[in-house]
Design a protein around this ligand. Structure first.
Ligand code: XLS
Ligand code: CA
Ligand code: CA
Length: 439
């Protein structure tokens, strides 16, 4: 097997006082926590597209990333080299899972049949490497946004031939995901949206999108794929209006078309913030609706209005995300997928390791802080007390559905001298800081 990162050996846990940049300070994969290893709790995944395919190019400049396989002239040789690099990185970073789009792992041919044949050839190789190493596929997906044929959308394209092509591509990507034992299959509506209503039949596009997802859910049953189907919300970019704007929009859409039992959500930090929400808000909303599938662990830049997909290094965020994950009873089939890329100027192969280490350590520490917060029940006790008026008296009657407007008017006329309590936001934020800084 070709080795691409020979100068870097397996990254080990050295603890918070280590000054070795190529070591984990907080991520201790084998540490037992509540009967499971830290690795089993966090279920980290490596993203194929950013890590192996990302060039560092932007609208103003060429690619910058030094990746030995970029120099290989033969596309299939390059595709297999990326597989080797992927497994070497997972091994050295102690990551068990990976995620990919069909077109990340193999090139596009002249015809769909040729493209499928090349995909099969690379998937054979991936399968072999998975068997040798025990590494697993967290999720697969289809790239329905890169090729110009998808300029008007895929399932929401104005061209029926494009709808059919997208269906064929998703069918094949689902087959491949099943074959590799993928635990989920993701739908990110890359170009499912629109730029202007002057040329758009939004009603038909929305209905077609639902038709497409229904066919996918039917196909899942047909092939007995046992993974979860996940939709990944995002409000904008690449289109101006993406149909899967945020978690609430997607849940409403699924319910409208009777698809809510078939799909869960893959929540990404940078998409949450682009939608004007916090990462925690989106995860919380998915969780309380029984729809938290998986998490794309990255972070945006609060000063930039686009999807920067940076490695997550904000401990405040990761604490609150892990707080939600613990409340969810864990990630189940989901994982923490680093849908993130080193900055354009962090172009050396070493930067891949340093970026993953930063993200993994930030999540490991956030997990520990969240565990302590939950163990001490500080936030829960406060929230429970804050809503205690619904546990007895008139509140209990409201919650039990025993009163109507007339009964409440009678009650309010007799009880109109109301005392409300402070929300104590600053006190709670200060407690959270205390936990982050000291636990
Ligand atoms: C892009 C999305 C994409 C999905 C998979 O913004 O995050 O990478 O996760 O198609
Ligand atoms: Ca994503
Ligand atoms: Ca993104």
């Amino acid at each position: 097997m070709k080795q691409f990162f020979e100068s870097i050996s397996k990254i080990k846990y050295e603890g918070p006082s280590s000054t070795n940049p190529f070591s984990f300070k907080y991520y201790n994969p084998d540490e037992m926590i509540n009967g499971k290893t830290m690795k089993e709790h966090l279920r980290f995944a490596l993203t194929y597209w950013h890590t192996l395919c990302g060039t560092g190019g932007d609208p103003f400049g060429d690619g910058t990333m030094q990746r030995p396989w970029f120099d290989m002239a033969d596309p299939m040789e390059q595709a297999k080299a990326k597989v080797d690099a992927c497994f070497e990185l997972m091994e050295k970073l102690d990551i068990d899972y990976f995620t990919f789009h069909d077109r990340d792992v193999s090139p596009e041919g002249k015809t769909l049949a040729e493209t499928n044949a090349m995909l099969d050839e690379v998937v054979d190789y991936i399968e072999k490497r998975m068997k040798e190493t025990g590494k697993k596929l967290l999720w697969g997906t289809a790239c329905l946004f890169k090729h110009p044929r998808f300029m008007h959308g895929a399932a929401t394209s104005c061209e029926a031939d494009v709808f059919a092509y997208a269906a064929a591509q998703v069918k094949k990507a689902m087959d491949v995901t099943k074959r590799l034992g993928g635990e989920n299959y993701v739908f990110w509506g890359g170009r499912e949206g629109y730029e202007t209503l002057l040329n758009t039949d939004m009603k038909l596009e929305e209905e077609n999108f639902a038709r497409f997802l229904k066919m996918a859910a039917d196909y899942k049953k047909k092939i007995a794929f046992t993974g979860e189907l996940l939709i990944e919300p995002k409000p904008k970019e690449p289109t101006k209006h993406q149909y899967d704007t945020d978690a609430a929009t997607v849940l409403g859409f699924l319910r409208k078309y009777g698809l809510e039992k078939e799909f869960k959500l893959n929540i990404e930090a940078n998409h949450a913030t682009l939608a004007g929400h916090t990462f925690q808000h989106e995860i919380h909303l998915a969780r309380i609706n029984g729809a938290l599938g998986s998490i794309d662990a990255n972070i945006g830049d609060p000063n930039l209005g686009w999807d920067t997909d940076q490695f997550p290094t904000n401990i405040y965020d990761t604490t609150l995300v892990m707080y939600e994950v613990i409340k969810n009873g864990g990630l189940h089939k989901g994982g923490l997928n680093f849908d993130a890329k080193p900055r354009r100027a962090s172009f050396e192969p070493e930067d891949i390791f340093l970026s993953y280490i930063a993200g993994m350590d930030t999540f490991a520490k956030g997990f520990k802080v969240a565990l302590k917060l939950i163990e001490d029940g500080v936030l829960e006790k406060f929230v429970e007390e804050r809503y205690s008026s619904y546990k007895q008296g008139i509140g209990k009657e409201i919650v039990s559905g025993n009163v109507d407007f007339e009964a409440l008017e009678k009650y309010a006329l007799e009880n109109d001298q109301i005392k409300v309590k402070s929300g104590r936001q600053e006190m709670l934020e200060s407690i959270l800081n205390q936990y982050i800084l000291s636990k």
